[in-house]
Design a protein around this ligand. Structure first.
Ligand code: FAD
Length: 504
């Protein structure tokens, strides 16, 4: 977008604030409208979360920050992250003893990172606050929008909770509205009235609830810091057939833990929370040694039991005036740790397409008579149409992968085929790097390949691997296989034993 335009971003979550930064760096007049109070004010909690929680950020989110054009942003944000090199699977052996088995995420040692979602968000808001072409409006809720006339209406809440009844409405105009207002997006709701949007949503039968695993406090003069109770460099998983408990480290020494469980089990436990510690002992062995029973019950009672939604829509835009990104466009279940990453990637891709069309605008001869085909609005409409043409397929792909991973985490644990394939793919990736073999997880988390390409490559790689493996086993070359098998028997055995129930 060559000439400065008025860009309105709705939603100041991680995706909206990054979109505002991308727009501001291109010299546009940017206004950000956020329903909630300023996250940086003490006591403000992000929507749907009980406190500032940690998420997994990986290459796509990192790459989006890398391309934001803001020196130091990535370094600042990453400085307080904790690398998680793999999963630590916790369970109980048949003889009753507890075990914890680690499994690296990547044969090449790459890690995902635990990041404080609010910390990332606050840093970008601080940067936006210092930019003369950006205005931030908190306590502003989008209530209406007309994308033909480029007007929108916001309800302005008095930040004093005693004055709720004094909400007033304001009207604004814009050239482009970027809807980054989350899964229950009002921007998307109004967009549906202007474009023939296909829309699909599903609530899976799983609720989630947050817990906290507190650090060991060593408040001595010599060692005043808090320490992690379990290794911080892993995403800890207590798998169960229908349930799962996970723990992600925070840099204060604590872990943000999440219980995922079908609604029926939540209802059963809600009716008698005294059963909770025994339930944990039976399904998540060892957790009550880390989180005292009373704290488990307290968190279960006081923290919300929230649903998980998976949604797809298409197209993402209307004309030159509106586009949705992040959860507003493709909220997904969290089992691949990609929701925020994909949303941040949306921003990078959207602006690269807008830039490409803006350059075309600039290469038009300014001396020639201006026609609608040379206006920023026209170029932007081409860019948004291109974005809507290319991005949904990838967003739908990661949406599906996230749902599949949920099934995989509960069901694939004992599948020899699944574990064998992972071993073979990692073996090929390490020993024959020029062939470009990688696990699906590595492609999703450590690359910027389109998600749909990831599925295609992974499917064809899987078919080829299995064909070769079975052909080899059935042929005279089986001797070779046996030799290889002997050579790597121990590592196969170790790997198969260590293979987890899935890969969040
Ligand atoms: P949001 O974070 O939902 O922000 C939307 C903003 O819009 C909010 O601030 C809201 O107040 C505002 N808003 C809403 N309505 C209006 C309105 N009408 N007017 C004005 N403002 C409005 N992702 C990962 O990448 N890695 C993970 O490990 C991960 N783990 C997760 C674990 C759980 C349990 C859950 C639930 C999600 C997880 N996610 C993860 C997903 C991630 O949280 C989301 O994808 C991400 O927060 C989406 O960011 P967003 O900015 O698009 O939307």
């Amino acid at each position: 977008m060559g000439k400065p335009q008025k860009i309105v971003v709705v939603g100041a979550g991680p995706v909206g604030s990054l979109a505002a930064l991308y727009a501001a760096k291109r010299g546009h007049d940017v206004e950000v409208y956020e329903l909630r109070p300023d996250l940086r004010d003490p006591g403000t909690i992000p929507l749907n979360f009980t406190r500032s929680i940690n998420l997994a950020i990986s290459e796509r989110g990192i790459n989006a920050m890398r391309h934001a054009g803001q020196p130091g942003l990535l370094e600042h944000v990453m400085a307080s992250t904790i690398p998680m090199r793999g999963r630590m699977i916790h369970g109980r052996h048949p003889n009753g003893t507890l075990f914890a088995q680690s499994q690296d995420y990547d044969a090449k040692g790459r890690a995902i990172h635990a990041i404080d979602r609010a910390g990332l968000n606050k840093r970008v808001l601080d940067i936006l606050d210092d930019m003369p072409n950006v205005k931030l409006f908190f306590n502003h809720k989008l209530t209406g929008a007309d994308y033909r006339t480029c007007k929108a209406w916001f309800e302005v809440q008095d930040s004093n909770p005693d004055n709720v009844s004094r909400a007033k409405e304001i009207g604004i105009s814009f050239d482009l509205m970027i809807g980054a207002d989350g899964a229950h997006s009002a921007v998307r709701y109004h967009l549906m009235k202007f474009t023939r949007m296909n829309y699909q949503q599903e609530y899976i039968d799983t609720l989630w609830c947050e817990f906290q695993l507190k650090p060991v406090r060593t408040d001595t003069a010599a060692e005043p810091l808090s320490r992690f109770r379990i290794s911080p460099n892993y995403l800890h998983i207590w798998p169960g057939k229908d349930f799962m408990f996970i723990a992600i480290p925070s840099d204060d020494g604590s872990f943000t833990c999440t219980l995922f469980m079908p609604s029926k089990e939540f209802s059963d436990l809600e009716s008698d929370t005294s059963k909770l510690p025994a339930f944990f002992d039976s399904h998540f062995p060892g957790v009550t040694d880390l989180i005292p029973a009373a704290e488990l019950i307290e968190s279960f009672n006081s923290n919300p039991h929230l649903p998980l939604i998976s949604l797809k829509c298409k197209p993402y835009h209307y004309g030159s005036s509106c586009v949705v990104v992040g959860d507003a466009a493709h909220a997904m279940v969290p089992f691949y740790g990609q929701g925020m990453n994909a949303g941040m990637e949306d921003v990078r891709i959207l602006f690269s397409i807008l830039d490409k069309h803006a350059q075309m605008d600039e290469t038009n001869d300014p001396a020639s008579e201006a026609t609608t085909s040379t206006t920023p609005a026209f170029q932007r409409s081409l860019a948004l149409a291109e974005y809507s043409a290319v991005r949904p397929a990838d967003a739908h792909a990661i949406n599906d992968l996230a749902l599949q991973n949920y099934v995989e985490m509960r069901a694939s644990v004992l599948s020899t085929r699944y574990r064998l394939r992972k071993f073979l793919e990692e073996f090929m990736s390490v020993h024959f790097p020029t062939l470009g073999w990688q696990t699906k997880y590595s492609r999703v988390s450590f690359s910027n390949e389109g998600y749909l390409d990831v599925i295609r490559k992974s499917d064809s790689q899987g078919r080829a691997l299995m064909r070769s493996f079975f052909a080899l086993a059935a042929s005279p070359f089986a001797v070779t296989a046996a030799v290889l098998g002997y050579k790597y028997r121990r590592s196969i055995g170790n790997i198969l034993r260590a293979l987890p129930n899935g890969q969040p």
